[in-house]
Structure formats: C-alpha cells, structure tokens
Design a protein around this ligand. Structure first.
Ligand code: SF4
Length: 694
C-alpha cells in the first residue's frame, strides 16, 4: 500500500513532560499516516524516544473503549449521561456537595482540565477534586511555593547544555526523559555529572560520579552538603544577602550535619562526599535536577527544599546552566498543577482568598458565589474519605488509580465501597475501569486538540490527526455534554472549543507569575514551536529566546526574596526487620514503558523493548544468601501483599535493597500507604520486604 502524505502537522507528544514536537504526516482527510520527530521544534531538535515514535499505535488498538458501558452493558450516550447526572446528583442531594469528587490527570489537555475543574466545582458544585499529579509533582509544587512563592520551575532546556556541573537526584533521565538526556549529551563543557541514587541506574552508569546513598538518606546528604559549604566558606554570601531569607537560622540548624558524623547513614565514604562537595562548590554553573526519587518520599518536600537551599546558597539561580530544577513527569503535569482547579484555584490562585475568587469569577463571567472558599482534599484524603463514609461518588478521568495508587488492595477495597464510580478513559479494560459502574469512552492524544505545558514551562500544541473510534468523544466534548445534562450548560455555552477556553486561561492568568496573556493563540504556538510562560501581552519579542526565571534575583514571595526551608529529618515509614529485611525501591523500567502501560502495551514494538514479565533486581550477595538464582521466579512479600517476579541478580541495587519497575499492575500491592505531610504525595520509594524463592 503506497502512502503519500498529503500534509504534515506538528503535534506535541502526549507521553512525558519533555514535550517533544512530532511531525505527523496526514492523508487528504487529515488522518495520520505516520510520524517523524520534528527537527525544527526547539525542545527535541529532531529526536524522539520509542514512545514518541509509537505514539499513533495505541489509537488503533482493538480494545479501545468505543461505547459507554453501564454495569458491563453497552448504552448510548444519552442514557450514560442521564445516569451519570442522576446518580451523582442523588448522592450530592443526600450527602452534600463534599460527597462526590473527581480525580483527574496530567495526561489531558490544559483546556480540558480547565473545563473539568470549572464544570465540577463551579457548575456541579463539587468541592473535592485532585489529579494524578499528586503522585508525581505535588512535592515540587509545595516546595517551590514555600521557597519561591509560586510553583515555578526556573529552567530552560538549554541549561542541560550550559552547566559545567549537573547533579541529578533521584532521577534517571537516560530512560525516564531520554530526550532531555540527549540535551545533556550535547553539553560541550565537559561537565561533571553527579547522580545521587541508591540504584546504579542507566544515568548513574553514564555519570562521572555516582553517589549510591542508602535509600532515603538524600535529605541528610543535602544538609551535610549545606553544612560543608558553610564551614568551608563556599557560600555565595553576596547572593544570599541580596536575595535569600533564613540563612542565619539555617546555619544554626546545620550544626548537627557535620558529614563525618553521617557517613554510615549515607552509606558513603568521606572521599566520595568531599569530592561531591568540592565539585558543587567549584562549579561555575551548577544545575540540580530531581524527579520521583525525591518527590515520592516520606519527607519529600523538605528534601526538595534542601536541594533548593544549596542552589540558593551557591548562587546557582537565574543564570544559564544553573537552577534547582524539578523535572515533571507527565506531558501536562504542569497544566494539572496550574489550570485544573483542584487544590489551586484556576491559574495558580487560592480558593481561600476572596480577592482571588472575585478575580477568577470576573475573568470567567461567573457569580463569585459559585467558587468554593476552601481547597480540595488531596488524592489520599479523597480515597480515605471513602472509607470514612464521606466520599460516596467518584469520577476518574484519564488515570488508572487501581494500578498506580499505593497499597493497592486497600485502594480497590475502598473504591468497591463507592455508591457510584465513573471512569472516563480511552480503554475500558484498565484496572480502574474494571471496577467502574459506568465507563465513558474517551478520545486519546492525536484525536483532539489543546495545549500541554512541558517541564520548561512551554505551552505546546497537541493536534487532532485521527478520528476517535466508535462513539468515543474528546474529554472536552464529554464535559460540554455533562454540563448540559447536569443543567449548568448556560454557564459553559460559550466554551465551544479548546481555543476559546485557552482565551479564558489567558484571562485568568493575568497578574500571576504564570501569565500567558501575550500568547496570541494557537497560531502563535504552532508558529513558534511552543511558548514558555510567562508571556505578558506585548512581550512577544522574547519568544524564541532562552528564558529562565529569577534572572533579576526577584522571587514571587511578598518581599521578593527566596526562603530557606528546613526541618529535622524523620524516621523512614517502615523499618526493615528480621521478617522483612530488604528495602524495596520502585521506579521506571525502560524508556519504552509508560506508567500503567495503558497505551504502551498496545505497541508490539514497545513490548519487544521490555520484559512482559515483572522482574525484581536483587544484589548478588543477597541472592546468594537467599538461594535466589538469576532468571528464576521469586516472591516479593511486604506486610501488604505478595508479588511474583523473575529474579535479576545484579549489583544495580545495593545489598539489602531490591528494585521493582512500577509499570506492572501488581507492584503497588506491596507499597505502603504513607504520604509526605506537606505535599501529600505518596511514598513509593521505601518499604520493607522479603524475597522468597520457590
Ligand atoms: Fe519526547 Fe517524552 Fe514523547 Fe519520548 S515520551 S518522544 S521523550 S515527549
């Protein structure tokens, strides 16, 4: 079959937060034929990882959800929407507005999140809603807000190429963000690359220094580093004096963090620590990068802030190649933080501030009384709220909590108690959809349009290049229909297309650090290869330039100064014991898998790039003691469950540790239901297990 493209459109990839531009080649009907990486897009410069190359394949999967399903039976949209409104309405009538919640995602477009949040809270009257970004980015959000005054990752991807020292903490970009890693590879300064990770990851293997610290000793490590900088006179006191609050208090606090006293806790030698400290101190342009190894911990927020503290203390902020830089996970994690109306009011506003409620209501032309005056419960509070009898109805959109949430058996048990559970997804056979009373079939990436915000704050445009199968609808259109059936359609009658809603996002953003009033519309995004926030009206001439935050040393706090935040480290949530002597680490398995495999498992090519069987990495010395043989099945047992996995006997993990890739449904049967107290992000990175051989 000869396939001659009729045209090409650039669409931003819908998997990870790198936000690569993909050239999608279409036929005369605008239907995608195939794709290539976009060599002119400023993010990926012609590169894409296996998931990007295979992005079209899941759209054609045979098991797409194509019709609404009610209690396992196909129904039409009219009946589905009537049932949706009748049952959620009855619950709210009987138990109050707080008894129904939504759980959304970092996978749908900004305009869809914006619509969902406004519909659920301003139209339907819900109070509680959160996103699966609680599982990945909530920690960075909380840390940045307290330290910088706003959720504001300061960097641009050019920083990967401009640093002379890059420090990756709990991050494995070689496989988790492979195109970002390619940007590191393009660095011509011969940089020192330090990886801080208990596991010898692909990135650790490529690093110049690997600090294989003991699990969850990262907070102590950064306090020791800060102390070392103080006592060795390596703090940029001029920068601190001009731009940072809390230094005197931090110095006092750090007195207990002489590194020599903590080497055993860290699992490092004095030489390893001192080399690391000198590397940071001597670097001229030092950038710090973190992802889930930090964010998914029991003291995650303070750990992220300990990294931020060091960047501030060394003046590594606001200059090329510097920054305390959280790499987001999902393609639209940042959109889910700023424009979803979950824990933040739209545009990074605060539900509890009357002036913010008035401003947002004014921008949207709605009555201010429709806006709740309190923030939402977080994901864990919503789920636990089911057990407490407070949450009776749940609407889950484009996420798969029954696979991805911690302590999975409890999650499933609680969801089973709901009076009404709705899942809206591309696939009706996810672990979550299987538990739902009603499944609404949704269009996927490539079948709708809208914007994503990538890790460097760049709005990119996702394009419609394929028709959704059967009766599946774009989430945007499902929300429009729900509004009409619920009886609040009048409020959203003008919300006719994603681009119209994008204009509302612009209006809401005015005066916020994330202001985007200067983005002229989708045409500008298409023309410029995306646009980073902020962009105020009239600032168009900066588009296309390297743009990072805090170049002027002014932060988003009330006094314009950054804050050093610190706290005494906490005990790990579950200590190892005789019965459970090993620490379980979880993380990404390969660059070919994505999250719960809902989409990546549909590609035969991607499946060839990863093991279909769950594996567990076990250190050779532990394997020998346990009689575990490489390639044989073992059981990994925690206090919450047991999983079977193929043993990989390897020194990628240290003694006393095992590693499981997170993409397999069983893994979260083992993880412990503990969250960071400030960000309420789950701790996936530390629990006690044992390994048993057959
Ligand atoms: Fe780029 Fe991420 Fe998509 Fe891979 S998954 S092509 S790295 S955006």
């Amino acid at each position: 079959l000869r396939m001659t493209p009729h045209g090409t459109v650039t669409s931003v990839c819908g998997f990870c937060s790198t936000g690569c531009g993909l050239k999608v080649h279409v036929d005369e009907r605008g239907q995608a034929i195939n794709l290539t990486a976009d060599s002119s897009y400023p993010v990926n410069l012609g590169m894409a990882c296996p998931k990007g190359w295979e992005a079209l394949t899941p759209l054609g999967a045979k098991d797409r959800a194509v019709v609404p399903m009610l209690d396992g039976n196909a129904v039409d949209w009219d009946e589905a929407l009537q049932v949706f409104c009748r049952r959620f309405g009855a619950i709210m009538d009987q138990h109050g507005a707080e008894s129904v919640a939504f759980l959304s995602t970092g996978q749908i477009m900004c305009e869809e999140m914006f619509f969902l949040g406004a519909l659920a809270k301003f139209g339907m009257g819900m109070v509680h809603g959160d996103g699966n970004t609680r599982q990945c980015m909530a920690t960075a959000v909380t840390a940045y807000k307290e330290s910088f005054g706003f959720d504001a990752p300061p960097y641009t991807y050019a920083d990967f190429e401009e640093s002379d020292v890059l420090v990756f903490v709990g991050a494995n970009p070689c496989i988790a963000h492979p195109i970002m890693w390619q940007r590191v590879e393009r660095n011509r300064h011969g940089p020192e690359i330090v990886v801080i990770d208990p596991r010898k990851t692909e990135t650790a293997m490529a690093a110049t220094q690997h600090l294989a610290i003991k699990p969850k000793s990262d907070l102590v490590l950064f306090y020791c580093l800060a102390h070392w900088l103080v006592v060795n006179g390596r703090v940029d006191l001029e920068y601190v004096e001009r731009h940072v609050d809390g230094y005197v208090e931090l110095v006092e606090f750090l007195k207990d963090f002489e590194f020599a006293d903590h080497l055993e806790v860290l699992g490092l030698s004095a030489e390893e620590f001192e080399l690391f400290a000198r590397t940071v101190a001597n670097g001229k342009r030092v950038s710090f990068w973190w992802t889930m190894g930090v964010n998914q911990g029991h003291e995650a927020t303070r750990t992220a802030q300990a990294i931020i503290n060091v960047a501030l203390m060394t003046g590594n902020m606001g200059r090329p190649g510097t920054g305390a830089n959280s790499i987001t996970g999902q393609c639209n994690a940042m959109g889910s933080r700023l424009f979803s109306n979950t824990t933040n009011l739209l545009g990074g506003h605060d539900f509890t501030k009357a002036e913010h409620r008035e401003k947002v209501a004014g921008a949207l032309g709605m009555e201010v009384g429709r806006i709740p005056d309190r923030g939402s419960w977080a994901y864990d509070q919503i789920i636990e709220g089911i057990g407490e009898g407070k949450i009776k109805g749940l609407w889950m959109v484009a996420t798969n909590g029954a696979h991805s949430w911690m302590n999975q058996k409890r999650f499933k048990e609680l969801v089973g108690k709901l009076d009404f559970f709705v899942v809206q997804d591309m696939f009706g056979n996810t672990e979550s959809a299987q538990l739902a009373d009603l499944v609404l079939p949704a269009a996927g990436w490539g079948e709708k349009e809208g914007t994503f915000i990538n890790s460097e704050r760049r709005f990119g445009l996702g394009r419609k290049v394929s028709r959704a199968p059967g009766q599946a609808l774009a989430d945007f259109h499902i929300f429009r229909l729900v509004a009409e059936y619920w009886g609040c359609g009048e409020l959203f009658r003008g919300w006719t297309s994603p681009e119209v809603v994008f204009e509302k996002m612009k209006a809401v953003s005015v005066g916020q650090p994330c202001e985007i009033s200067g983005i002229e519309g989708y045409a500008m995004l298409a023309r410029e290869g995306g646009v980073q926030w902020p962009l105020k009206a009239g600032d168009g001439d900066v588009v296309g330039k390297e743009r990072r935050l805090f170049e002027d040393g002014l932060f988003f706090t009330a006094n314009g100064r950054a804050r050093l935040v610190f706290e005494t480290p906490r005990e790990v949530p579950e200590k190892v014991s005789e019965e459970y002597p090993l620490v379980l680490l979880t993380g990404r398995g390969t660059s070919a898998q994505w999250h719960t495999q809902t989409r990546t498992s549909k590609s035969a090519i991607l499946r060839k790039l990863y093991s279909e069987e769950l594996w567990v990495e076990v250190h050779p010395a532990d394997a020998e003691g346990l009689g575990v043989v490489d390639g044989k099945m073992v059981r990994v047992v925690s206090r919450r469950g047991t999983v079977e996995a193929v043993a990989r006997v390897t020194a990628t993990v240290g003694r006393g540790q095992v590693f499981l890739p997170m993409h397999y449904a069983q893994v979260n049967e083992l993880t412990i239901g503990v969250v960071d107290p400030y960000s309420r992000q789950p701790n996936y990175k530390f629990c006690a297990v044992r390994v048993e051989k057959d």
